[in-house]
Every structure is written in structure tokens, then in C-alpha cells.
Design a binder for this molecule. Structure first.
Ligand code: SF4
Ligand code: MSK
Length: 659
């Protein structure tokens, strides 16, 4: 029997070539190097895990109580307590949504608490960098700003955000940022979430043995919980980050492992939370640091990002991106990384083992995210600048241990433009004095832009990394569809050169190209990290508010896609898009096939309830066709395929809503 004492084997016995598991040359090169260096990476472990449990994959394994575990089969259609497949599958699904919601929301909570500290004068180096963002957000929540001190406004806002986690008997205040029709649907279906923490706690209660056994009731709570993420925790995280660190604006940078410096101290920042990485980005150009780097024989310090910490510092500082989710091990395999600083989410526990083959030090910084084999340097939030400098100097001290024999940095890197916050998009579209979504709405109505698609989410070793996301992006823009991206999908686009205006000139359909040329934007817009999927909802709301395209997000010619998703956060994101009326295409499966009822509810019935549902389409070309059909149906319903009169949302419509 395996135990937790099992030692790493090093190279797997079976030699399999995994270079076909990635589309970009830098990844292929490092996959080969890992083999030569005898380093096990995720593809080797995926081979060892290849016979994945059929019960787990279909969602019918229940270990919620210790009468079990129970597994549903034709011969044993009920668990010991009598729970059937639908109950078990729905409970497992809800618990996954809780995992995703909790992760985004805890990230948002940390930032809200940081904002409160800053407002109380206890920011210790953190400040309100974007007062305009503070005023903008305060106005959304009807917080008085006239004649008040900035810190007083910030304190009111921070307290309101913190209350969003604990409010017991009222819907989240943040739901008011959605179009009225969405609010009405949530109220009428009982899915308007109360406090974020309460939704998660209630979900765990409802899925305890012997509580909620009605799969529909359980799944409706999954949607309700996810709304507490998308319209709660994640939205709070994005808004607070903008206030503390600045609202992103278009900024140039580069992506892929070629960004690592041959003669600089290389530090990778990996995870999700921007608090420490912001400080590292802010201090890395300090003359004291440069001098220190020179004293160890390096030309300077390169900070590069992995996953969504990358997206956070890319959007605000133009910090270069080393890679996305499945490149976290490969970046270390370059042999040129002095330190990888990890915070929370998506950091593989394998990192210290991979790092041990080179000189790389893995440094964990969050008290809630420690890793066996990593050095834990708790980030001193009371002295963040000193803490950041100490971390960088420690990496410099490790430069002397770099073994030139083991260094191989791929040449590949691509130019990109990132930083398209909703504010920035409005500005690009309308200019400083008339910033608005009007030009975009008009382009959609005139069919120069056929529709809008959000491509979000991760990589998954079950698929070829970045393949689905990049094929789909290319196919969509050919069909005049504007693509918004976040997370690791956005990094995939950056590596493939799709986040630059030139890409639009060469590959976009004529209508989309015309708009991109006129406005000066790429046809693929990078909106940020995984919590920034809330920015896609914000953009969709702005399109509705602008008028001419119906009165709800569900009626827009828009679709969400999670092509290579793997995390619970992606499930929560998918659910809050569907519950906001958006059809969501998945490139790989949910673990729900063990219940036809649950599958039908998520993939069909949700459409009737919310206006959107899930679609499982494993081929990107097929997905393109289906997405175009969905968009076309929405255009037909809006009457804009026939160039019909615009449907404006008037007072009569508003009165008909029960909000
Ligand atoms: Fe089995 Fe029911 Fe316990 Fe689940 S809750 S493990 S189905 S007895
Ligand atoms: S990092 S959740 S792999 S997008 Fe946000 Fe990437 Fe997915 Fe993590």
C-alpha cells in the first residue's frame, strides 16, 4: 500500500515523449530538457495516474459520511443511507463550487481588509494609488464622497465590502451592479446570495449526510453560491485591487520563457494575490537592489510571472510573463531561476522536488499556503518594502549557485498588450470625454462585430496545453467575434502573439478588423486574472446599460468558454456566468455524468431558469460552430440580424421588473 512516506522515484521507468503535450516551442524544449535532466513533471505523473477512477469521474463516489464510502453502480443504485446518484453527484458538484467561491472570495477578503488598514492609516507602505477608482466605486455603492477625506470614503467602502462576507439575511449589495433583469431573475428564483461566507457554510451544511437530498435544490444553491463569487468576492477583489494598486490600462510586455535573463537574477512570482508581487515589482528597480544584484555578479534582477500573479503585475506594471499553469515546472527546468515566490492557488506541490534538481529556491509567503520542501518566509505586511527587498536580496545571494551547465533558456517570447480594464476599454472606444461602450454596441448592431466571447481558465494535462484556446481564438476572430480573455487562457494568447494589434490586421474578419484599426485595439483583449472574470460580467453589464442590445446579459450575443479548465474556481466561474444568463462551453467534462438528471439540469434546464446553460464540446472547431449558432440565435432574438429597430430598455420595461 502506498503511504505518505513514499519517496519520489525521480524519472519514471516508462519513457514517453511528452513534447506533443504543448503547442509552444519553449514548452516543448523544456519538456525535452526535463527528460534529459531526469526530472519528473506533471505529464509523467499524469501517465502514472492514467487509469483515473470511473466512479470519481462520473461523480458517483460519496465519502460524505463514514458509513461509506459508497459508489453507485447498476447493482448498487443507492448509498447506504439511501442517497441516489442524483443526490450524490449534485452534492459533489456543489462542494466543488464552494471550493472555487471560497478561493476567489478569500482573496477578495484579504484585499478588503488591506483597504481598511490603509484607510485607518495603517497601510505600512500600501496606499490608495487610484483615488479615481475609489470615487468611482464609492459612487456605485452610493457612498457620500462630497467634501469628505479620501480615507473616510475608503473606510466606508472597506467596511461595506467586509460586510458582504457576513451579511446574514439580505442579498449582497454588490448584486445591484447587475442589470435589473438579472436581479429580478435571481430574486424570483431564490438565488440572490446573502453573505459570501454564509453561502459557503450553508452549502457545506446542506451537503452533510442527511440534509438536502433534492438534486435541483442542491444545484440551485450551487448557482447561488457561485453568484456570491462572481458578483461578490471576485468583483470585490478586482475593485479593491484597482483602488490599491491602480486600474489597469493598456501596457506593453512580453510572454514566454524567453523573458528570463541569461545574466540577471531571475525571480518568478506565482499564484494569485497581488499584495506581495506588487511590492516586489515596486522595489525591484530600487538603486539599492540594482547595486546588490551587481555585487553578486548579475546585471540586474528580472521579475517574471506565472499564472494569475503574472496577470496581476502584468496588467499594472508590464512585468513580463514566464508562462501559464503548465509551465510552472518547466520554467524551473531552464536552470536559470534563482527563486520562485509562491502565494496561493494553482501552485503545484511538486515545485520543491523539481527545484531540488537545480539551484532554485521555492519561497512560500502565505500563512495559509505552505509547502513541504519550500522555505517559508512569511511576508511581513507591517514592513512590506523591507520584506520585499529581503526576498529579492535572498534571490540575489542564490545567483552564485546557478550551474551554467544546467542553464538552457528558450529563445521564445512574444510581444503583447495587456491591461484592458472596463474603464480602459471605454476610454479606447470613446475617448477621454465621451468614454463609453456606444461604439461597441453600434458595431454589434451593425454586424461589423458579430458577437463577444470570453475565453477563460486554465491548462489541463489531459489536453495539449494552449491548443484548444488558441485554435478557438483564431477561429472566432475570423468570424468577427471580439474575444475577451483572462487567466491562463489570456497568457496562452499572449504567447501565441494574439494580444497585439497586428494580429487583428492579419487574422480578424473584415468587420472586426475595421473596428480594431479604428480604435487601435487588438481583436483579443486581456482583461486580467481569474478573479477578473468579474470584469467580463462588468463589461457585459455596461453593454446592456449602454442600450440597444436588450435588457439583460442573457440576451446578449455573447458566450463564455473554459477550453482547458481544471480548477474548482473554473466551475464556480462557469456557474456564475450561466446564472448571469450566459451560455458556457466547456472543453472538458464536469464529473456529473453519473446522473442524467444532474447533467440535464446543468446542460439544458438552466437555460430556462437563467437564460444560459453549459455545453460540453471537446473540439475547438465544433465549439466555434456552436458558439456562432448561439450568437446568431441571440442576434435573431434581438432583431439585429434583420437590422430591425433597436430595442431600447425604457421605463415601461423597468416597471415590469419585480425588483
Ligand atoms: Fe454513503 Fe450516504 Fe454516507 Fe454518502 S452520505 S457515504 S451515500 S451513507
Ligand atoms: S491561474 S485557476 S490555472 S486560470 Fe488563475 Fe490559471 Fe486556472 Fe489557476
Amino acid at each position: 500500500m502506498a503511504s505518505d512516506k513514499t519517496e519520489p522515484k525521480g524519472q519514471s521507468n516508462e519513457v514517453v515523449d511528452h513534447t506533443s503535450k504543448a503547442v509552444d516551442n519553449a514548452s516543448k524544449e523544456m519538456i525535452k530538457k526535463a527528460r534529459i535532466d531526469c526530472v519528473d513533471i506533471c505529464y509523467d505523473r499524469a501517465d502514472a495516474q492514467r487509469n483515473q477512477c470511473a466512479f470519481g469521474k462520473s461523480g458517483v463516489c460519496c465519502r460524505i459520511c463514514h458509513m461509506g464510502p459508497c459508489r453507485i453502480t447498476p447493482k448498487a443504485p443507492k448509498g447506504i443511507c439511501g442517497a441516489d446518484a442524483a443526490t450524490i453527484v449534485a452534492r459533489n458538484f456543489l462542494r466543488e463550487v464552494v471550493g472555487g467561491t471560497a478561493s476567489h472570495s478569500d482573496h477578495g477578503r484579504h484585499l478588503a481588509l488591506k483597504l481598511r488598514n490603509v484607510a485607518l492609516g495603517e497601510g505600512n507602505g500600501y496606499t490608495i494609488r487610484d483615488e479615481k477608482a475609489l470615487y468611482r466605486v464609492a459612487k456605485l455603492y452610493e457612498i457620500e464622497t462630497e467634501g469628505r477625506e479620501v480615507n473616510d470614503i475608503a473606510l466606508d467602502l472597506a467596511n461595506l465590502f467586509i460586510d458582504e462576507f457576513t451579511v446574514q439575511e439580505y442579498p449582497l449589495a454588490t448584486l445591484k451592479l447587475a442589470p435589473l433583469k438579472q436581479q429580478s431573475i435571481w430574486k424570483n428564483t431564490g438565488t440572490a446570495p446573502f453573505g459570501i461566507d454564509r453561502m459557503c457554510v450553508e452549502a457545506m451544511h446542506r451537503t452533510h449526510m442527511g440534509v438536502d437530498h433534492d438534486y435541483k435544490n442542491i444545484l440551485m444553491h450551487a448557482f447561488r453560491t457561485s453568484l456570491a463569487d462572481g458578483w461578490g468576492g471576485a468583483r470585490i477583489a478586482s475593485m479593491t485591487s484597482d483602488i490599491l494598486f491602480g486600474t489597469p490600462n493598456p501596457i506593453k510586455s512580453e510572454a514566454n520563457m524567453g523573458v528570463l535573463g541569461a545574466n540577471t537574477v531571475n525571480i518568478l512570482v506565482h499564484g494569485h494575490e497581488p499584495t506581495l508581487s506588487e511590492m516586489l515589482a515596486a522595489t525591484v528597480n530600487d538603486p539599492e537592489i540594482l547595486e546588490y544584484a551587481k555585487s553578486v555578479g548579475a546585471e540586474g534582477v528580472t521579475i517574471a510571472g506565472i499564472c494569475c500573479t503574472a496577470n496581476e503585475v502584468l496588467m499594472r506594471h508590464g512585468v513580463v510573463v514566464a508562462g501559464n499553469m503548465l509551465q510552472q515546472e518547466l520554467a524551473i527546468v531552464t536552470g536559470a531561476v534563482e527563486m520562485m515566490v509562491i502565494d496561493v492557488q494553482c501552485c503545484m506541490p511538486s515545485l520543491p522536488e523539481v527545484a531540488a534538481r537545480y539551484h532554485t529556491e521555492i519561497v512560500s509567503t502565505s500563512e495559509i499556503a505552505k509547502m513541504h520542501g519550500a522555505t517559508h518566509l512569511g511576508f511581513d505586511e507591517e514592513h512590506p518594502v523591507e520584506s520585499a527587498k529581503n526576498i529579492i536580496k535572498r534571490a540575489c545571494d542564490n545567483y552564485k549557485n546557478r550551474d551554467p551547465e544546467k542553464v538552457q533558456i528558450p529563445n521564445d517570447k512574444s510581444n503583447l498588450i495587456a491591461g484592458f480594464s472596463v474603464e480602459a476599454i471605454k476610454y479606447m472606444l470613446g475617448g477621454k470625454f465621451r468614454a463609453s461602450f456606444r461604439p461597441l454596441n453600434d458595431a454589434i448592431i451593425a454586424n461589423r462585430i458579430f458577437g463577444v466571447v470570453g475565453i477563460v481558465g486554465c491548462n489541463n494535462p489531459k489536453q495539449t496545453a494552449d491548443e484548444y484556446a488558441t485554435i478557438l481564438t483564431k477561429e472566432l476572430i475570423k468570424r468577427n467575434i471580439l474575444v475577451l480573455q483572462t487567466g491562463c487562457a489570456a497568457i496562452a494568447a499572449g504567447k501565441a502573439g494574439m494580444l497585439q494589434p497586428e494580429f487583428g490586421l492579419e487574422d480578424a474578419g473584415p468587420g472586426l478588423r475595421e473596428i480594431c484599426e479604428a480604435v487601435g485595439i487588438p481583436p483579443v483583449l486581456h482583461l486580467g486574472s481569474c478573479v477578473d472574470n468579474s470584469r467580463i460580467l462588468e463589461a457585459a453589464s455596461e453593454i446592456v446599460f449602454e442600450g440597444g442590445l436588450g435588457d439583460d446579459i442573457g440576451g446578449l450575443p455573447a458566450v463564455g468558454v473554459a477550453p482547458e479548465w481544471m480548477s474548482e474556481k473554473a466551475i464556480a466561474i462557469g456557474c456564475y456566468f450561466v446564472a448571469s444568463g450566459v451560455d458556457v462551453v466547456l472543453g472538458n467534462e464536469f464529473y456529473v455524468s453519473g446522473s442524467e438528471n444532474v447533467t440535464k439540469f446543468l446542460f439544458e434546464d438552466a437555460k430556462e431558469i437563467f437564460g444560459g446553460s453549459f455545453h460540453l464540446i471537446e473540439d475547438p472547431y465544433e465549439a466555434t460552430d456552436r458558439i456562432c449558432e448561439i450568437i446568431n440565435e441571440a442576434r435573431e432574438a434581438l432583431g439585429i440580424n434583420k437590422k430591425a429597430e433597436r430595442k431600447l430598455f425604457d421605463m415601461q420595461d423597468r416597471r415590469e421588473l419585480d425588483v
